[in-house]
Write a protein that binds this ligand. Structure first.
Ligand code: TXA
Ligand code: MG
Length: 330
């Protein structure tokens, strides 16, 4: 079982040395915990796929300090530079063409000529990249298809026997994976919903963007395998848009619960209510989503009943994750 190390200069140095030696280090970002490897070492990158049991044609996100590091590896045109200037460091991954002599392992691209890059908005992640002096490839630090981790304990529970070190940096404050935008198309396309909304991207670019994620169609070779519908799933089945619960179910609540009851049994016991946000705040709900699902998954409920969440703004990304999780179990 790998050890959880609190962030300190010594531990960051140790983690960077581990990455240099081809090891795997889990580290915090503002979105979810990543499972990191030196993005320039083939064998280290291959270890990520093995640890997660991830299909090797599913490319990885590569983490850089900033656009200056990004442009060493990928073609940053004016539009990409505009987005990086505005949103980095932050939860936006840009799909860009790899440079001709790109030093990144081809395995990070899963056989494509493009690469997904982002600069994380988290001191520990930034310091780790700086210490390594190279980009870090890192998907979410969970076994393929399961819930993403937002605490170091989630990583230890899912991948504890696979990762050399876990750097702890508290709970991830955004709690949902980054928005992914493909900048290699004529019209930029958002491939995965996240904290940064398509409208905000369109505003900065001053042009339309396509929405290319779809929760209803499962493609066999998606542009972003986050699009695969089997994703983000707890073990316990989910029941969406619940207006009450059945005996044996737990309630994932959003906003006031005064009208919720257990069918024919009265009020929902307080211990069976897991609140995403009392006040109905979507940002708070996103930050709590994965950690509450992790908690509820260990309670032995026969199902998790989820209250309706408005499909607006950040609610779109939350519903995207919940829909995929619910479908994975059918
Ligand atoms: O917030 C995040 O993005 C987190 C943290 C750790 O940074 N990372 C993350 O990685 O969510 P992962 O591997 O779980 O999701 C990466 C997504 C996948 O859906 C993958 O298909 C897509 O990025 N992706 C990566 N490279 C791509 C490429 N070249 N073209 C299209 N999609 C790509
Ligand atoms: Mg993932």
């Amino acid at each position: 079982m790998s050890t959880i190390y609190p962030t300190s200069p010594d531990h960051i140095q140790k983690a960077a040395a581990c990455l240099k030696d081809g090891g795997l280090v889990s580290f915090p970002t503002e979105t979810v915990y990543g499972l990191g490897a030196d993005a320039t070492q083939d064998s280290a990158v291959q270890r990520i796929f093995a640890a997660k049991n991830r299909p090797d044609q599913n490319p990885l996100i590569v983490h850089v300090n900033d656009w200056k590091m990004a442009r060493l590896y990928a073609e940053m045109d004016d539009r990409a530079k505009l987005l990086a200037d505005y949103f980095w460091p932050g939860p936006l991954s840009l799909i860009l063409n790899r440079k001709k002599d790109c030093a990144l392992s081809p395995y990070v691209s899963g056989g494509l000529t493009t690469v997904a890059l982002r600069a994380p908005d988290h001191d520990t992640a930034q310091q780790l990249i700086t210490q390594l002096g190279r980009p870090i490839a890192a998907p979410s630090a969970n076994r393929s298809g399961t819930l993403s981790p937002t605490t170091p304990q989630h990583v230890q529970n899912s991948l504890g026997d696979q990762v050399d070190m876990i750097l702890a940096g508290g709970k991830c404050h955004i709690g949902l994976e980054s928005t992914i935008v493909d900048m290699t198309r004529d019209v930029p396309a958002v491939l995965r919903a996240g904290f940064i909304l398509p409208d905000a991207i369109a505003d900065i670019l001053d042009e339309d963007v396509d929405i290319a994620y779809d929760t209803t169609v499962e493609t066999s070779r998606p542009h972003a395998p986050g699009q695969l519908l089997r994703h983000y799933a707890p073990e316990t089945p989910l029941r969406l848009k619940a207006i009450d619960i059945e005996k044996g179910e737990g309630l994932l609540a959003f906003g006031p619960v005064r009208f919720m009851g257990v069918r024919e049994h009265g009020a929902v016991p307080p211990e069976d209510i897991f609140q995403l946000s009392d006040s109905g705040d979507l940002t708070q709900a996103a930050a709590n989503l994965f950690s509450l699902l992790h908690d509820m998954d260990h309670k032995g409920y026969k199902k998790i009943a989820v209250m309706d969440i408005p499909n607006k703004g950040l609610g779109v990304a939350i519903n995207d994750r919940l829909t995929r999780a619910a479908r994975a179990q059918k």
